[in-house]
Design a binder for this molecule. Structure first.
Ligand code: ADP
Length: 500
């Protein structure tokens, strides 16, 4: 039997010091699988945001002057510290998010350390260009840091998403104020502890607080020169509006309703496994890249779904801290109620056919936490709310198609455009489809997670800008300054000769 991991840290990080909110107010953090309070953290508001931004602004003057390779070395040191505390972070992530430790939390903690390692090696790539303008002029560009970055992250993969903002922003010479998600601050505070062991004070400041008070204050702060946000499309829009007031650049990683297109030659077990992985069932599908619209060819519709139902039903739902668990609990009551509403809607829709899952248990051990089983509705229409809205829970809709043009039209009939998955043994057909789908990232015959080095982000209302790569660091966290120099200035001795 596992036990609740102890409260990890109950303070936030401003100017190198661990502190509470100026008001003294706190937020409770719940283990959503057990519905027990495992910690409290400060509830930061405008005045705390202001203190953090001022610290980051002050630190920027020195940090920007540290040679890029030396900044990279410090990021590398952070990676080493993180690698020594993976288990502690994994326990924290599993306890606060409800994500299973073996399938999700430990891989997330490991990936976060890897992100620091990846960006630590990229510092020398912060280089500019020399522009050929003739022998009498030198024109070159420099990649300069922007200043204080305000970063806001959600709870679904909190430590990894924090690493994805901190590592490239700091590598590029910016300083940062990062707001954790109110539901999942503990793992990120451990990440912050590792950073604070290595970095000069004020370089990274980490706040805990609610979106409408702490997040909004950060987005609106005049000294925040760049906003980097991951979360829902609606909040993303409000971040962009706040940035518009002072023409601050934004990067937005938002929602998705990603299609998974299965061709008739792909009625095979490995594809079924791939669909389970693409749907992120083992993270309760709380992922923006989840392939939550299964576009299945009519010829294989029934036999494929039969196999898929058997696979998903075999996933072991259980306590996130139990090593045997494949799939844990949803994050909180709000999400749980929302997902249950979608399931109720599916059950009441004429024509919708429940293949597996359904309403969560109302009694027994799973009724004690926010547990929902993988749920699949067949014979869905691409027009249904279930097929159009991001559910952020393990509810998959299966839609029939017959014609290639029709399936591409359906795939693109969405205001989202984050990810897509194409499944076929005919690579020509798969790639033709991949090229026509409106998405920032298309996977063919696999449904894995993002890889460092691969630019990741959405089109349409799924976002703006990219993460995970060198290109993303340059585009999101630097601005390009051009310097032009006249090389043939007249010789002072031949000019202004004194009168004789
Ligand atoms: P989710 O549904 O994943 O919670 P949100 O977009 O609501 O997605 O939250 C993502 C992050 O944005 C969280 O850290 C949250 O506190 C923050 N947030 C929510 N509302 C606002 C807001 N109005 N301004 C700034 N940040 C916000």
């Amino acid at each position: 039997m596992t036990t609740d991991s102890k409260p990890i840290s109950d303070q936030m990080l401003i100017d190198g010091e661990w502190c509470g909110a100026l008001s003294g107010d706190r937020i409770e953090v719940e283990n959503p699988a057990r519905r027990t309070i495992i910690a409290t953290v400060p509830r930061a508001r405008t005045e705390d945001v202001d203190a953090a931004v001022r610290a980051a602004d002050k630190a920027f003057e020195q940090w920007r002057k540290v040679a890029p390779r030396d900044r990279g070395k410090l990021l590398h040191e952070i990676a080493v510290v993180l690698e020594s505390q993976i288990e502690e972070m994994a326990q924290a992530i599993a306890s606060e998010t409800g994500n299973a430790i073996r399938t999700q939390a430990r891989p997330e903690a490991t990936a976060a350390a890897d992100i620091f390692r990846y960006f630590s090696g990229l510092a020398s790539e912060l280089k500019g260009e020399q522009i050929p303008v003739g022998d009498n002029m030198l024109s070159y560009s420099r990649r300069e840091p922007i200043g204080v970055v305000g970063a806001i992250i959600p709870w679904n993969a909190p430590v990894l998403l924090a690493a994805l903002k901190i590592a490239p922003a700091l590598c590029a010479g910016n300083t940062m104020v990062l707001k954790t998600a109110e539901d999942a601050p503990l793992g990120v505070l451990l990440l912050a502890r590792a950073c604070n062991e290595v970095l000069p004070r004020g370089t990274l400041n980490v706040l805990c607080g609610y979106g409408h008070e702490c997040g909004a204050a950060l987005a609106e702060h005049p000294q925040v020169r760049k906003l980097s946000f991951t979360g829902s499309t609606n909040v993303g829009k409000s971040i962009m509006r706040a940035a518009a007031d002072r023409i601050a650049p934004v990067s937005l990683e938002l929602g998705g309703k990603s299609p998974s297109i299965v061709f008739p030659d792909a009625n095979e077990d490995w594809v079924v496994d791939g669909i389970v992985s693409a749907m992120r069932f083992t993270r309760q599908s709380q992922s923006c890249t989840a392939g939550s619209r299964l576009l299945l060819h009519d010829d294989i519709f029934e036999p494929f779904l039969e196999k898929l139902a058997a696979k998903t039903a075999a996933l072991k739902m259980g306590d996130p801290l139990d090593e045997a668990t494949d799939m844990g609990a949803l994050i909180n009551k709000k999400q749980y109620d929302k997902v249950c509403n979608y399931i109720d809607e599916g059950l009441s829709l004429p024509g919708a056919r429940l293949i597996t899952g359904g309403k969560p248990d109302s009694e027994g051990p799973f009724s004690k936490g926010y547990y929902t089983r993988p749920t699949i509705f067949a014979d869905a229409s691409n027009d249904w709310r279930l097929a159009r809205e991001e559910i952020f829970g393990p509810v998959l809709v299966a839609i029939r198609w017959r014609d290639e043009d029709e399936v591409i039209k359906m795939a693109n009939d969405s205001h989202y455009g984050l990810a897509a998955f194409v499944w076929s043994r005919d690579i020509g057909q798969a790639l033709r489809t991949a090229h026509q789908v409106e998405a920032g990232w298309v996977q063919v015959n696999q449904g894995i997670g993002q890889l460092p080095g691969q630019s990741y982000g959405g089109v349409k209302q799924s976002g703006l800008g990219r993460e995970y790569s060198l290109e993303s660091m340059l585009d999101s966290f630097t601005h390009k300054k051009s310097v032009t120099v006249k090389l043939d200035i007249p010789n002072p001795t031949s000019q202004n000769k004194p009168n004789t």
